[in-house]
Design a protein around this ligand. Structure first.
Ligand SMILES: *[C@@H]1O[C@H](CO)[C@@H](O)[C@H](O)[C@H]1NC(C)=O
Ligand SMILES: *[C@@H]1O[C@H](CO)[C@@H](O)[C@H](O)[C@H]1NC(C)=O
Ligand SMILES: *[C@@H]1O[C@H](CO)[C@@H](O)[C@H](O)[C@H]1NC(C)=O
Length: 443
């Protein structure tokens, strides 16, 4: 029973779930809702919105939020558990946050979500979470120019498409629940998410391309105010069992490769028999979206996943890859809770990122973001000047901002952002239930 047992769950991205979510209210009244009932399709199609290139103006940091994996290993320290989503949007660290996870979907009913410690309210008779703290937080993040995606999948839960037809139907559900469609069951109310992330750890590739294609079609015909971003988070072993074909056939923007928990992880960067970035680089040429980018997915703390490398090493590796390949778009960290609690080894990297801000040291996630964004002037990442969007942060009302970590770079974020992400698989804590076994030594 999901959430009832206060034990830990481990998701595909190395996610631990804290079982702090209360059971849905016991409601005796019948509450029948058809999440597919939105009628956005009656709108006359128009041209696809101009692609949002703002994310491409600099290397991006993508982080997963929603599973409190650090908290899962520190049950006795709730003060440092993962915070509400808007907490991480106050400074310039992150460009894209991926809320995880939508689980148990396409089973014929309404899908479920799991946001660990973040939300305890669900729509009656569903496991679909509906909390103002998340909705308001996403609204705040978007006003600050951050892109917010919802991740489908993870190592747990049941999901998958038996055929294209069911995938197309499910795309309509997602469109109506979270994107530009309509439904009585909108978990984030009128908030339109920026996109969908595919962290498919099982279920196979069937229907995935049809799902993405239909999502994009619906985005256009509904005149969605936001250009739909689709990301996918394969394991670094190529090709990925579930995302292999869809990566070539579906219109995907960001490939958040999980360079951890596998032989091909960051720890083996120097081993030419293990490290396979060139294979991922070549994938771009076969993708539908030739402007897609590869993101280097890394653990944000030693306990977040096998393959953790310290920031000195991570920045070395990133510099090496990005000076060789133009396919790299930034980094993805699994996950934000671990990154925010990791204060080790961040003062050793060069440049301004290792310095203290307002008397507070930067954590691993902040230091990574600072460092990545400092590359904006690098020749491999040509800066594109973009006029700030209407919802730039000057209009933001929200949590007090941490001015010590605020910077003019927010203007770049406000102008839009680029996207990438990845996930994690296995924690070190022996308490953690291992995710599906991986063939770490397949090579
Ligand atoms: C959910 O959490 C809030 C805040 O912690 C609390 O006030 C509320 O009673 C909880 N609701 C349920 C149904 O547990
Ligand atoms: C960071 O990792 C590298 C390579 O694994 C190691 O040589 C170096 O000593 C580490 N730096 C620190 C400060 O721990
Ligand atoms: C990147 O690292 C590899 C492996 O250590 C090395 O052979 C190569 O020269 C490096 N390339 C650059 C541009 O630093």
């Amino acid at each position: 029973m999901l959430m009832r047992n206060p034990s830990l769950y481990l998701f595909g991205l190395g996610v631990t779930l804290l079982a702090l979510v209360a059971q849905p209210h016991a409601i005796s009244a019948t509450f029948v809702v058809d999440p597919t009932s939105g009628s956005a399709l009656s709108v006359i199609p128009r041209a696809e919105p101009v692609p949002d290139d703002s994310l491409r103006s600099r290397p991006n940091l993508v982080m997963y939020w929603g599973q409190n994996s650090w908290g899962g290993q520190h049950l006795d320290d709730p003060d440092n558990w993962e915070k509400d989503i808007d907490y991480y949007c106050q400074d310039d660290t992150v460009d894209v946050i991926i809320a995880s996870f939508l689980i148990n979907y396409n089973l014929g009913g309404i899908p479920g979500t799991n946001f660990a410690n973040h939300c305890n309210e669900t729509f009656p008779n569903t496991q679909l979470h509906h909390c103002a703290s998340i909705t308001d937080g996403i609204r705040y993040c978007q006003k600050r120019g951050k892109k917010i995606l919802l991740s489908l999948g993870g190592a747990e839960g049941r999901y998958g498409f038996p055929d294209d037809k069911s995938a197309v139907e499910f795309a309509r559900v997602i469109h109506n629940l979270y994107l530009g469609g309509k439904s009585d069951l909108r978990p984030f109310d009128d908030v339109v998410l920026d996109g969908i992330d595919l962290d498919l750890e099982h279920g196979g590739p069937t229907g995935v391309t049809a799902f993405v294609t239909e999502l994009r079609r619906l985005s256009v015909v509904s005149n969605s105010p936001r250009r739909l971003i689709i990301s996918a988070a394969p394991q670094c072993e190529y090709p990925d069992a579930n995302l292999g074909r869809p990566l070539e056939e579906a219109d995907i923007d960001m490939v958040l490769v999980q360079f951890y928990n596998n032989w091909c992880g960051l720890m083996n960067f120097d081993n030419i028999w293990a490290w396979n970035y060139p294979v991922w680089h070549k994938l771009i040429g076969r993708m539908v979206n030739k402007n897609a980018k590869i993101y280097i997915g890394a653990p944000s703390a030693p306990a977040a996943g096998r393959g953790f490398v310290n920031l000195t090493r991570l920045t070395q590796i990133y510099r090496n890859i990005s000076s060789t390949y133009d396919s790299v778009g930034g980094m993805m960290l699994w996950d934000v809770s671990n990154g925010w609690n990791n204060y080790d080894d961040i003062a050793t990297i060069d440049g301004p990122v290792g310095t203290f801000q307002g008397g507070k040291p930067l954590n691993f996630a902040q230091a990574t973001g600072r460092w990545l964004h400092s590359l904006i002037k690098s020749p491999t990442h040509v800066s594109v000047s973009v006029a700030p969007s209407a919802d730039s942060d000057t209009t933001v009302t929200g949590p007090p901002t941490n001015t010590a970590t605020e910077s003019s770079e927010d203007a770049h974020i406000a102008a839009g952002g680029e996207i990438k992400r990845s996930a994690f698989r296995v924690g070190r804590n022996p308490q953690l239930r291992a995710a599906r076994p991986r063939s770490d030594v397949a090579h």
